[in-house]
Each structure stands twice: as structure tokens, then as C-alpha cells.
Design a protein around this ligand. Structure first.
Ligand code: HEC
Length: 218
């Protein structure tokens, strides 16, 4: 028994001197009895990596990545001296003119970039129901959303742009609002594209610039 105690005491001392007490500071790397998950095959910020040509773990941001907040769209589409203030440009945010009537026309500069932005956003947010052609035959029709109207009737052709803005902002009956997904500028861009779809459905030869008419084979 005496030997056992002596050996036990000594081995405890040996273990303590080897591993140290909990919290003991040491300049030497720790002895890992249980490594837990300290060592993993993973990429670290600014880590080294032989797989990639530039030897870095970090991958560059994919081209065209846009930070949340829409800065890019706004900068690309609108000039700096464009009036954003609601009191200077109430229709931009409400779809109504000063007298409270639905605004007709566009309270934003109409440019090719605005049209492209509208096409892009329309494809993302509207085409599923209203169809790529605006005829109301989006994919959701096959799944029971039969109430989606076509844009190609006189009521919607004559509707003020501001009223369409209101529909996008607040929704209408079974159509959800899109105010949380489209900025006011983007809503106007979408309206411009809706107008283009309507115009395309009713176009005559006079709408085609002369230099393109020969391409139509007419
Ligand atoms: C989930 C399907 C769905 C999506 C997505 C959708 N709509 Fe609609 N939209 C409808 C339905 C359904 C109606 C008919 C609402 C009613 O009058 O009962 C409608 C009606 C409209 C009208 C006519 C409103 C009126 O006063 O009669 C316009 C304009 C319109 N949508 C534009 C858009 C635009 C622009 C987008 C994209 C930002 C969009 N919609 C996205 C389903 C959709």
C-alpha cells in the first residue's frame, strides 16, 4: 500500500509537471490529448492555398456583385442632379401629381438604361404571373392563378402611369405589394417596360425607325 501511494503520488506529479495546471501559461505549444475540432480542413481568411494560382484562400468577389442598398442601379440610371427630395418630386414616391391626381408620364428621366433596368426587374418580379409578353400568361396561371390580367386591353393601356405605380407599391386584391422589393425608381423603370410591352403589341410600321425598316423585310 505504501508503494502504491508513493507511485501514485509520483505519477500525479509527473502528469502535473508535464501538462501543467489549468490556466498555466507557457510559451510552448500545448499538448493535444483531445484535439476536439481545433484542426480542420477549412479555408481561413487570408489563408494560404496551393490550389489557386494566387496561393490565397480568399476568392475575389464575383464580377457584377452588388452590395445591398441599390447604390449601383441608382447611380447608373440617374444623374447626380436628379431631384430625389419628395417635396421636389412628389410623383416619384406617390404616383400622384400635386393636385392628387394620378400622375401621367414619368417623373424620372426616361433613358435606355431605365428601360433595361425595367426589363430586368420585370423579368424577376412580374413575368411569373403577367407573362414575359405582358399577356397575363405567366407560369403561375398553370398553377391556378387565373385572375392575372393581360396588359393589352384598353383599360390598362389608358391607365395613368401613377396608378400602375400605386398597384406595384400597394398591390391589388390578390397581387402582393412590391414596395419592399423595388425602390421607387425601379418601379418607374418597370412601368416604362410595361409601356414598352403594350406598345409592342400595338405597334405599327411608323413606330419602327426608318433605318431598321429594311431589316423587317418590308
Ligand atoms: C403573384 C402574381 C403576380 C405578380 C408576381 C404580379 N402581379 Fe400584377 N396582378 C396580379 C393579379 C392577380 C392582378 C389582378 C388584381 C385584381 O384586380 O384583382 C394583377 C394586376 C395588375 C395590374 C392591373 C391593376 C389594375 O388596376 O387593374 C397591373 C398594372 C399589374 N398587376 C402590374 C404588375 C407589375 C408591374 C408586377 C411586377 C412588379 C406585377 N404586377 C406582379 C398578379 C401578379
Amino acid at each position: 500500500m505504501r508503494y502504491f501511494l508513493a507511485i501514485f503520488g509520483l505519477s500525479c506529479l509527473a502528469v502535473l509537471s508535464f501538462f501543467g495546471l489549468r490556466g498555466t501559461k507557457s510559451t510552448k505549444p500545448p499538448v493535444y490529448v483531445f484535439p476536439d475540432m481545433d484542426f480542420q480542413a477549412k479555408y481561413l481568411p487570408q489563408g494560404e492555398n496551393d490550389f489557386f494560382a494566387n496561393q490565397m484562400d480568399d476568392r475575389p468577389v464575383v464580377q457584377g456583385t452588388v452590395a445591398r442598398g441599390y447604390e449601383w442601379n441608382v447611380k447608373k440610371v440617374f444623374s447626380e442632379n436628379f431631384a430625389y427630395a419628395p417635396d421636389q418630386n412628389p410623383a416619384l414616391y406617390s404616383g400622384k401629381d400635386i393636385s392628387g391626381e394620378w400622375y401621367r408620364g414619368f417623373p424620372v428621366p426616361v433613358t435606355n438604361e431605365l428601360m433595361e433596368l425595367g426589363q430586368q426587374k420585370y423579368a424577376i418580379f412580374c413575368a411569373v404571373c403577367h407573362g414575359a409578353l405582358g399577356d397575363g400568361n405567366g407560369i403561375t396561371k398553370q398553377y391556378g392563378m387565373i385572375a392575372t390580367p393581360t396588359y393589352h386591353d384598353d383599360r390598362l393601356r389608358d391607365m395613368a402611369e401613377g396608378e400602375i405605380f400605386n398597384t406595384i407599391t400597394h398591390g391589388k386584391n390578390t397581387m402582393n405589394p412590391y414596395a419592399d422589393k423595388l425602390t421607387p425608381e425601379e418601379r418607374w423603370a418597370v412601368i416604362l417596360y410595361v409601356r414598352a410591352l403594350q406598345q409592342a403589341r400595338n405597334a405599327s410600321l411608323n413606330d419602327v425607325p426608318t433605318e431598321y425598316r429594311s431589316k423587317l423585310g418590308i
